[in-house]
Design a protein around this ligand. Structure first.
Ligand code: 7RM
Length: 653
């Protein structure tokens, strides 16, 4: 159904507003001049090994590498011969400095309980839990599954795995028992770390119970460790299940970090593919840590005294790289919040910003659209003047949401970094550098030093300015995925078979005359309406710019005349929608984009189906729009009832 991607994606988004970095921000920034940025890019281009080798000196190595880069994409090895440990780089090396008693993690539970762990305290907990893992029979190279709420024990368990070279596989706490079983079977996990439950909007979410059910279908798991978080009833199977606090009671706090080969697998993280079973994206130790550390420092402009808050769940790559590994490798204070943004009310995030005087705030466009819907009165109730930098990640941000974030949260003084990257890239690839890059709503601007993207057509030819095409990486980078666990062929097929010699990201994008990148979404999110290729994102953006619309999801469906028709699922800020509003929205989209983008169908919906990280599941909506029974993987769906409601609607029509 989808047209060849070398036909131009017609980009209709016209955005001309430019926001240069505020002078006071620029004056203190880590990367503070265009010349510095250009020199870094040039060095990376002329001498990639020299560039990345020099950068890698910012990590602590037990043994220096023999070669910086071996091989070509897709089979690259970084820092071969080098030995390193991620946990050591996040903890031990800070203990030799004044940071020993600096807060590493400031944590707030949903009910309002709090905990602060200094680097020294976190180190001690990690060492103890690493000894627990050893006692349970975990060895270097084994896989350990973490299925936990956003509590400090999750970060402790990650770093404990890393300390002894066990590869962690984190499964987001909202996944079902079946999803856990599939992932455990795929990874052949030996141990599962979980909690009795977690808090979400004041309710206990059972976790241990799901693990129990999953274990009926996954035989590799030998032991289960359970954190007592909510105090609900759980069944403990003798010789299989153990309480975290009991195990921690009698282990030593002495556990030196194991020196590991740079390429040693640090973690696997499952991400949904467009079809079939989830992909186990595997990351290395040395290269991943380098990317996480550098990009956190460059993009978030970290200063020693900053309180930094990334609101993602650790079950998502953003949490791995930008709550745990990146911030801690930099010796930063990273804030972690357990619960929902609207509990006990819609002001919770802003209350946290005020309470801890958060300086850097990183969230997703889907969250920003929810804040807009809830109303300005919530952020306006709190003192947000500590904020100096804002970030977004996860999907293209519509200019409407960008401007709201800029005005209402940033009070027009905080730069916004729109960061493009993927589970597979391990860290941020395209993003403004807040001290030097002028930003423009909706663009993730330019590549970070060492990242070499291009926009190409189906045959790999670089595209001119302002022409849509496929986003690729033409050079390898240290923090790229190494394989899909247990399926190296699928790894090559998915990322390296489409465009010769390049990593294909799966996204459509264009580069403007400024050299700025505009990501338009997944290439399968491109419509071909009467021969015009339209980005669903841009139609969504037009819909959301209407004052009554909270959120929109646009998909194509087979259309006799046009090839593809445009179907819009629209969630309103309030009310149920009327025929009148339907006409008005149709006109609005025509006015914003043109007659070519006239919606064929607009459906008002209470909510649209999303993944847990906030991405609209267009595949499901496409099935609904086409009146098909939905097949394929729905395990990443955040709230199943949304899908059921949409399907039920379909039946009753
Ligand atoms: C970090 C993360 C990756 C996909 C990616 C894009 C989309 C992410 C942006 C974005 C436009 C952005 N990892 N995406 N960030 N699109 N602008 N700033 O999200 O693996 O879960 O998703 O998300 O389509 O390919 S992910």
């Amino acid at each position: 159904m989808s047209a060849p991607a070398d036909e131009r994606i017609e980009s209709v988004l016209q955005e001309t507003r430019m926001f240069p970095p505020p002078a006071d921000f620029a004056a203190q920034a880590n990367i503070s001049s265009e010349e510095q940025y250009q020199a870094m890019c040039q060095k990376a281009k002329d001498d990639p090994a020299g560039f990345w080798g020099e950068m890698a000196e910012n990590l602590d190595w037990f043994k220096t590498w023999d070669t910086v880069l071996e091989g070509d994409m897709p089979e690259t090895k970084w820092f071969s011969g080098g030995q390193i440990n991620a946990s050591y780089n996040c903890l031990d090396r800070h203990l030799k400095t004044w940071r020993k008693n600096k807060a590493a993690i400031i944590w707030e539970g949903e009910p309002g309980d709090t905990r602060t762990l200094t680097y020294q305290e976190l180190h001690r907990e990690v060492c103890k839990f690493a000894n627990v893992l050893k006692k349970l029979g975990v060895e270097t190279g084994d896989r350990v599954t973490l299925y936990m709420p956003m509590i400090p024990e999750l970060a402790i368990a990650m770093l404990a795995c890393a300390r002894i070279g066990a590869t962690h596989s984190i499964i987001f706490g909202g996944f079902s028992a079946d999803a856990i079983a599939d992932r455990n079977n795929d990874a052949q996990s030996k141990v599962v770390i979980t909690a009795d439950g977690g808090w979400r909007r004041g309710k206990e979410i059972a976790l241990k119970q799901n693990v129990d059910t999953s274990l009926e279908k996954s035989s590799s798991v030998e032991k289960v460790v359970v954190v007592n978080r909510v105090g609900c009833d759980v069944e403990m199977v003798p010789d299989r299940d153990y309480w975290w606090h009991e195990l921690m009671d009698d282990v030593s706090a002495d556990c030196p970090a194991t020196p590991l080969d740079s390429e040693h697998p640090l973690f696997i993280l499952y991400t949904s593919g467009s079809t079939g079973k989830p992909k186990g994206v595997m990351h290395s130790t040395g290269g991943y840590m380098l990317g996480a550390m550098l990009t956190t420092n460059w993009v978030f402009d970290l200063k020693e005294e900053d309180t930094y808050w990334c609101t993602a769940d650790i079950g998502w790559i953003t949490g791995h790289s930008y709550i745990v590994y990146g911030p801690l490798a930099n010796g930063t204070t990273t804030l972690m919040y357990e619960g929902a943004p609207n509990w006990p009310d819609e002001g919770r995030f802003w209350e946290i910003v005020e309470k801890y005087q958060v300086n850097i705030f990183y969230t997703a466009p889907t969250a920003i659209r929810a804040f807009i819907k809830w109303g300005d009165e919530f952020p306006n109730r709190y003192d947000l003047s500590s904020l100096r930098l804002l970030g977004t990640v996860g999907e293209p941000i519509n200019p409407e949401a960008w401007m709201w974030y800029h005005k209402v949260i940033g009070r027009e003084k905080c730069p916004i970094v729109d960061t493009w990257w993927q589970t597979e890239t391990g860290g941020i690839m395209l993003s403004p550098l807040p001290g030097i890059t002028s930003t423009t709503p909706g663009s993730c601007t330019r590549p970070l030093p060492g990242v070499v993207p291009d926009i190409v057509n189906e045959t790999g030819e670089s595209q001119p300015e302002n022409s849509g095409g496929l986003l690729v990486m033409t050079q390898p980078w240290p923090h790229m995925l190494r394989t899909l666990y247990g399926d190296h062929d699928r790894f090559i097929e998915t990322y390296f078979s489409k465009i010769d010699g390049c990593y294909f990201a799966g996204d459509g994008a264009r580069r403007d005359d400024n050299g700025y990148y505009w990501v338009m979404g997944r290439v399968d999110d491109v419509l071909n309406v009467s021969g015009h290729r339209l980005s669903t994102m841009e139609i969504e953006s037009a819909l959301v710019s209407h004052p009554e619309v909270a959120e929109a999801a646009v998909v194509g469906f087979p259309h006799d005349l046009k090839g593809e028709g445009i179907c819009c699922f629209v969630t309103l800020k309030s009310g149920n929608g009327s025929d009148e509003l339907l006409k008005e929205l149709t006109q609005h989209v025509r006015g914003q984009i043109g007659a070519i983008a006239t919606p064929d169908q607009i459906r008002f919906a209470a909510a649209v189906p999303k993944t847990r990280s906030g991405k609209i599941m267009r595949r499901l909506l496409r099935d609904i729009a086409a009146g098909r029974e939905s097949a394929g993987d729905t395990t990443t769906l955040e709230d199943r009832s949304v899908l059921e409601k949409l399907m039920a609607k379909e039946d009753s029509e």
